[in-house]
Design a protein around this ligand. Structure first.
Ligand SMILES: NC(=O)c1ccc[n+]([C@@H]2O[C@H](COP(=O)([O-])OP(=O)(O)OC[C@H]3O[C@@H](n4cnc5c(N)ncnc54)[C@H](OP(=O)(O)O)[C@@H]3O)[C@@H](O)[C@H]2O)c1
Length: 259
């Protein structure tokens, strides 16, 4: 895809990977719009980077997606790229059934239903553009589940398959479909995890990960798997049981809590 003169909407752009994508795309000469739930955090980004446009919007809520569409299209009719980046990741002991039925579903609502709904809402508009792109941010975990984050793992595998089918169905259109599958990347997403949970996994710096991603978009690499994400894909095919065991190691400590 071309890397300049786009109008790009990034969900969850007030922190981590989304914010880094926003900064690097801005530097390349694009109009960048970000969303997030926390208005204070969005305001901080606006103060630091006045050229970035901000909209408070929850990717997990249907009404927010509809009003985001109305507001963004009205103010930025040139919008031609959407990046489904917003996501949460939780450690979850499935023996602990105290979480209510709405809460247990949050990762699905944000990480999986969010992108599916956003695409449905914006696709007719994207099809009116000469060039358009949808970029879904999944994870290397789409290839092998991380057993202490069961629902998160399910959302990323689901988003991976959804993205593949979306690409096939849009093959005769002007809308390119990219998938960014980050490896462990140094952001606040890791705060819920201990160093023990992530033992043996190398965390990539966010600016480096996003540089690789943007280079990939520019080269029209449709599935971008930086660093250990590519290793996970290969090992999951050669030695699926081995890698599943490796990724399941932190679960013993988690299960000990229920004893
Ligand atoms: N970091 C990693 O190791 C890693 C690896 C693989 C994939 N990923 C994926 O990369 C994406 C970004 O993660 P990150 O590491 O950058 O996380 P992060 O540092 O925690 O940032 C998450 C961003 O998403 C926003 N967000 C969360 N829930 C939202 C919602 N319901 N609606 C709108 N915005 C929401 C947050 O702002 P608010 O809280 O204010 O809403 C924040 O701006 C996620 O999809 C994640 O699964 C990350």
């Amino acid at each position: 895809m071309k890397l300049t003169d786009n109008t790009i909407l990034i969900t969850g752009g007030s922190n981590g990977i989304g914010l880094e994508l926003a900064k690097q795309f801005l530097n390349l000469g694009n109009t960048v719009i970000i969303t997030g739930r926390n208005q204070l955090r969005l305001d901080e980004v606006k103060k630091k980077y006045p050229a970035i446009q901000i909209f408070q919007s929850d990717a997990g809520k249907v009404e927010d997606i509809k009003s985001l569409y109305d507001n963004v299209i009205k103010q930025f009719p040139g919008l031609n790229v959407i990046i489904n980046n917003a996501g949460i990741m939780r450690k979850m002991n499935l023996h602990d059934t105290s979480m209510d039925l709405d809460n247990i579903n949050q990762e699905i609502a944000i990480n999986l239903s969010g992108p599916v709904r956003l695409v449905n809402q914006f696709l007719p508009h994207l099809k009116t553009k000469k060039f358009a792109a949808i970029i879904n941010v999944s994870s290397g975990i789409a290839f092998v589940p991380f057993a202490i984050s069961p629902v998160y793992s399910a959302t990323k595998a689901g988003l991976h398959f959804y993205t593949q089918t979306l690409r096939i169905q849009l093959k005769n259109t002007n809308v390119a479909v990219f998938e960014l599958m980050p490896p462990l990347t140094t952001t606040d997403l890791q705060n819920a995890f201990s160093p023990e949970d992530m033992k043996g996994v190398v965390s990539m710096e966010v600016d480096k990960m996003v540089q690789i991603a943007i280079k990939g978009f520019g080269n029209n690499t449709l599935e971008i798997r930086p660093g250990q994400s590519n290793s996970l894909r290969i090992i999951s095919r050669i030695a699926p049981k081995f890698i599943l065991n490796q990724m399941s190691k932190p679960v013993d400590r988690l299960l000990a809590e229920t004893k």
